[in-house]
Design a protein around this ligand. Structure first.
Ligand SMILES: Cc1cc2nc3c(=O)[nH]c(=O)nc-3n(C[C@H](O)[C@H](O)[C@H](O)COP(=O)(O)OP(=O)(O)OC[C@H]3O[C@@H](n4cnc5c(N)ncnc54)[C@H](O)[C@@H]3O)c2cc1C
Length: 293
């Protein structure tokens, strides 16, 4: 199906983007890679008279380290993130996740900001960003605010972003020595059926864990009760306690049955992936040498 006619805007500054949004209101939408938006427009699920291309807005570009955080600009594509030496060095688990998103065509055009804004539930980044304690920076003509990634997505195609706000950047704490993160997924279609994100933080002989699940329902799920139950348990003893806890937690998840699998199949995947992701995160925490210049 062809796109319905629209007027194309190519601003080079954020202020011009906000001016266009204020002028055209509900008749306008921004886009970056267009990998989600153009499909929805072609399918006539969405219709806009004005499309505002963000790709020339330099304020939204770039990947850099700022203090203790990696800053990923809203225009950074999955491919740029996966291949960035800075991301690989400072948040290797996130670089690895980016490498596994979709196919090279989607990775080359699609951005992390577009992925989060669209918030299609069968998505890879949200659960790992939550597990890593990342945040999303939103800008409007009046203000700039930071939202924890764990709270950004509230439902299917729904986020806490207000209509007059754009994602400016995503901030991920640098992975320090003694920390490891890992995202694992399984699926038979292009997008994940289930994803599991784990963190293992070893400090002065005490170990804390982070566990989040993605793609099971309409927003990422925090396995907080499993985290609480295993807090302080040494890594070597996890195999004694985690399997039962993971199965019990997964069995209580209200998973969605869809083309990607039935609810009980997804619950099973979740229990297995949680255990494997945590084991991999702990291996990274104890073995991986992460240096920060
Ligand atoms: C075939 C296919 C396979 C895929 N497989 C996977 C997969 O395996 N895993 C996965 O995680 N994802 C997958 N995706 C989703 C992919 O990650 C997203 O399509 C991509 O990241 C969206 O980025 P974009 O820049 O193209 O967004 P666009 O299509 O440009 O925009 C998407 C939405 O975000 C809004 N938007 C864009 N940028 C901003 C901004 N800075 N601030 C506010 N709103 C903004 C737009 O208005 C629009 O509503 C797949 C997509 C396709 C088409």
């Amino acid at each position: 199906m062809f796109l319905a006619p629209f007027k194309h805007h190519r601003p080079t500054e954020l202020s011009a983007v906000f001016e266009a949004l204020a002028k055209y209101g509900d008749e306008a939408a921004v886009y970056a890679g267009g990998t989600e938006l153009l499909l929805a427009l072609k399918a006539r699920v969405l219709r806009y008279e004005h499309l505002i291309d963000l790709k020339r807005v330099r304020e939204l570009a770039g990947i850099k380290v700022d203090g203790e955080e990696l800053v990923i600009g809203a225009l950074a594509t999955h491919h740029e993130i996966a291949n960035s030496a800075v991301v690989k060095q400072h948040v290797p688990a996130y670089a690895a996740l980016s490498e596994g998103i979709a196919n090279i065509r989607v990775r080359s055009a699609g951005t992390l900001a577009g992925n989060l804004s669209f918030s299609e539930p069968h998505s890879d980044p949200p659960s790992l960003l939550a597990a890593m304690g990342a945040s999303v920076t939103l800008v409007s003509p009046q203000a700039r605010r930071s939202v924890p990634a764990a709270e950004f997505i509230v439902g299917e195609f729904t986020t806490v972003r207000n209509e007059d706000e754009l994602i400016a950047e995503i901030r991920i704490p640098l992975t320090r020595a003694g920390e490891g993160y890992r995202y694992l997924k399984f699926g038979h279609l292009e997008r994940p059926a289930v994803g599991a994100s784990a963190g293992c933080i070893i400090r002065g002989g005490h170990t804390r864990y982070r566990l989040w699940l993605g793609a099971l329902g309409d927003h990422p799920i925090h396995a907080a009760e499993v985290e609480d139950a295993i807090a302080g348990v040494p890594v070597a003893l996890l195999p004694d306690v985690l399997p039962k806890l993971a199965v019990s937690f997964a069995s209580k998840i209200s998973a969605t049955s869809d083309l990607h699998g039935s609810a009980d199949y997804k619950q099973h995947l979740a229990s297995v992936l949680m255990q494997r992701a945590l084991a991999a995160a702990c291996a990274a925490a104890s073995g991986e040498r992460v240096s920060h210049a």
